[in-house]
Design a protein around this ligand. Structure first.
Ligand code: MN
Length: 200
């Protein structure tokens, strides 16, 4: 087995009241575990069976036999998407982007507030299951993107920096149908240092 469930660097209840402990526990220990198990099975007997970099796998899908490809996208994307999601979270983050990332956000979106507005708009208009993302394109420029299901931006040559999972399992226990409240809460738990570390 190649991939194992990554441990969180904070407790399940650490993000409360923004994201509740029960949601975090199920999301991490059940959903993320499921994607992890599934991708190990999906990669068996493929050309990338021993590859340990999921971004590499998802950006080299042509090396996976066609009949196995969608299973790798679904489970491998789920595996990578959730790993990125947790790693860019931190309890009660008080800060905002700094240095290069702050400059890039201001240059691209006009201001941090305007960026948040545009990101929120993307997240609000994901139909069904998926994510809104801040990514870097091939030229290093910031772009906003919506992705569906467990697709990852690396599949379309984009590098993901920050995202929000808007599948109902990410918020329904606490927010029910109030996705806008959940999206607003995400800003309280963004680890901007980790997001900046992802810059390429
Ligand atoms: Mn999820």
């Amino acid at each position: 087995m190649t991939f194992v469930l990554p441990e969180l660097s904070f407790a399940y209840d650490a993000l409360e009241p923004h994201i509740d402990a029960r949601t975090m526990e199920i999301h991490h220990s059940k959903h993320h575990q499921w994607y992890t198990n599934k991708v190990n099975a999906a990669l068996e007997w493929t050309a990338l069976e021993s590859e340990t970099n999921m971004s590499f796998i998802l950006s080299h899908l042509d090396q996976i036999a066609e009949e196995k490809r969608q299973a790798v996208v679904n489970s491998g994307g789920g595996r990578l998407n959730h790993s990125i999601f947790w790693s860019t979270m931190w309890p009660d983050w008080w800060g905002a982007p700094e240095w290069a990332l702050a400059d890039m956000i201001n240059e691209t979106f006009g201001s941090f507030d305007s960026f948040k507005e545009q990101f929120t708009q993307k997240a609000s208009t994901v139909f069904g299951s998926g994510r809104a993302r801040l990514c870097q394109d091939e030229n290093g420029k910031l772009v906003l993107k919506r992705t569906s299901f467990q697709d990852n931006p690396v599949m379309s040559n984009l590098h993901p920096l920050l995202g929000i999972d808007v599948r109902e399992h990410a918020y329904y226990l606490n927010y029910q149908n109030r996705r806008p409240d959940y999206i607003a809460a995400r800003w309280n738990v963004v680890d901007w240092t980790k997001v900046a570390e992802r810059l390429q």
